[in-house]
Design a protein around this ligand. Structure first.
Ligand SMILES: Nc1ncnc2c1ncn2[C@@H]1O[C@H](COP(=O)(O)OP(=O)(O)OP(=O)(O)O)[C@@H](O)[C@H]1O
Length: 335
C-alpha cells in the first residue's frame, strides 16, 4: 500500500514538471557549441528565470523548446509531450528577444493577427485583444500604428501577443528590454498575475535585480551548461551574513581583530559572515565597549548578482566565438 502511494506521489510530482529535458546539446553550423548537455526541470505555475552572460545559450534553449532551432541532441518533454510536438506548441506563448512586428500594423491588429496564426476564432480574438491591451496598459493606444510606438510600448504589445492563445507556458526573452522603471514594475506585476492564473512563466533576462524580485526558481547557464539551479533561497542560503551599520571610530586593534575573524569593514559598515545570531552578541558587546553607536544590524543574504558573478566564468559579450579559421598564406586577418 505504502509502495503504491509512493509511486503515485512520484507520478504526481513528475507530471507537475511542465518542462523536463535532459542532455540537450546544440552545435551550430560553424562549430559553436551553444548548449553542452543541458538538463532542466521547470515546475508548473512558477516564474522561472534563466540567467547567463551574453552568448551563454539562453535564447538557443528557448528556441529549441519553441521548435525554432533544431537541437543536435535533446530528450525530454514539455507539457508531457516530446519537444517539437506541434499541438503542444499551441499551448505555449512566446515573446522573442528583439521582437519585430510590422510597423504599419496597429497594436491591436498585431495581437489579432497572432491570434489568427494560433487558430483563435475571430470573435474570441477580438475580445482577447481588447482585454490584453488593457492588461498591458495599451488600451488608449491600440489603434495607433506600431511604427509610432516607443520601444517599451512595443514590448507591451509583444507581451500581449504572447498571451493571446491563453498559453499554459509563456516564454519571455528579455521582456523588460527598453521598458522604463515604472513599466518594469508594471511588467513584474503582470508576470506575477500570470503565475497566479496558473501559467508557468519562463523568463530569460540579464536584469538580475528584476528576476530576484519575482522568480520562484532560477537556473544559471554558463557557456552552454547549467551551473546553478534552484530557488533563490536555496541558492543564496549558504552565504548568510550580518551587516552592522555603526557610527564612531573603530580602534586599530579592534579593526585587526574583526578582520582576522573574516569580517569586512567598509565606511560605517561591518559585514560578519555568520548565520547564528547568538554568535553576533559578543561582536556587539565589543563594539559598544569601544563606545561605537550601533545604528542597525540586519541579516543579509548573498544577492542574485553576487551569486551570478561567482557562478559564471565569462561575463563578457560573445562567451564563445567560432573556432579560429587558420590564417592562409598571403592573406592578412582584418583588424
Ligand atoms: N544561428 C546561429 N548560428 C551560429 N551560432 C549561433 C547562432 N545563434 C547563436 N549562436 C551562438 O551560440 C551561442 C549562444 O547564443 P545565444 O543567443 O543562445 O546566447 P544568449 O545566452 O541568448 O546570449 P544573449 O544574452 O547575448 O542574447 C553564442 O556563441 C552565439 O554566437
Amino acid at each position: 500500500m505504502l509502495a503504491l502511494w509512493m509511486a503515485w506521489c512520484c507520478i504526481a510530482c513528475v507530471s507537475e514538471m511542465v518542462i523536463d529535458i535532459q542532455e540537450t546539446k546544440k552545435r551550430y553550423r560553424g562549430g559553436v557549441e551553444a548548449l553542452r548537455g543541458v538538463s532542466l526541470q521547470v515546475p508548473r505555475g512558477c516564474i522561472f528565470g534563466l540567467l547567463g552572460p551574453n552568448g551563454a545559450g539562453k535564447s538557443t534553449l528557448v528556441k529549441i523548446l519553441m521548435s525554432i532551432v533544431r537541437a543536435s541532441q535533446c530528450s525530454g518533454t514539455m507539457l508531457g509531450q516530446r519537444i517539437g510536438h506541434k499541438a503542444t506548441l499551441g499551448k505555449v506563448g512566446y515573446l522573442p528577444e528583439h521582437a519585430r512586428f510590422p510597423e504599419y500594423l496597429k497594436g491591436g491588429e498585431v495581437i489579432r493577427y497572432v491570434a489568427g496564426l494560433c487558430g483563435v476564432p475571430h470573435g474570441l480574438a477580438k475580445q482577447r485583444a481588447e482585454g490584453l491591451l488593457e492588461m498591458v496598459g495599451m488600451k488608449e493606444w491600440g489603434e495607433r500604428k506600431m511604427g509610432t510606438y516607443s520601444k517599451g510600448m512595443k514590448q507591451r504589445i509583444g507581451l500581449a501577443q504572447a498571451l493571446v492563445n491563453d498559453p499554459e507556458i509563456v516564454f519571455l526573452d528579455e521582456p523588460t528590454d527598453g521598458v522604463d522603471p515604472t513599466g518594469r514594475l508594471e511588467m513584474r506585476n503582470m508576470l506575477k498575475s500570470m503565475r497566479d492564473e496558473g501559467r508557468t512563466v519562463f523568463v530569460n533576462s540579464h536584469l538580475l535585480g528584476e528576476l530576484e524580485m519575482i522568480c520562484d526558481r532560477v537556473a544559471i547557464l554558463d557557456n552552454g551548461q547549467i551551473v546553478r539551479h534552484g530557488t533563490i533561497e536555496e541558492l543564496t542560503a549558504k552565504s548568510c551574513r550580518y551587516e552592522i551599520r555603526f557610527d564612531g571610530q573603530l580602534s586599530l586593534d579592534l579593526q585587526a581583530k574583526l578582520k582576522s575573524e573574516g569580517a569586512r569593514i567598509d565606511a560605517g559598515t561591518i559585514e560578519v559572515y555568520q548565520n547564528d545570531p547568538a554568535a553576533m552578541q559578543p561582536v556587539i558587546d565589543v563594539l559598544r565597549a569601544e563606545g561605537v553607536v550601533i545604528i542597525e544590524m540586519r541579516e543579509a543574504r548573498q544577492s542574485l548578482e553576487e551569486l551570478f558573478m561567482e557562478s559564471v566564468t565569462n561575463t563578457g559579450a560573445g562567451a564563445q566565438l567560432p573556432p579560429t579559421i587558420p590564417a592562409q598564406p598571403g592573406r592578412t586577418m582584418p583588424q
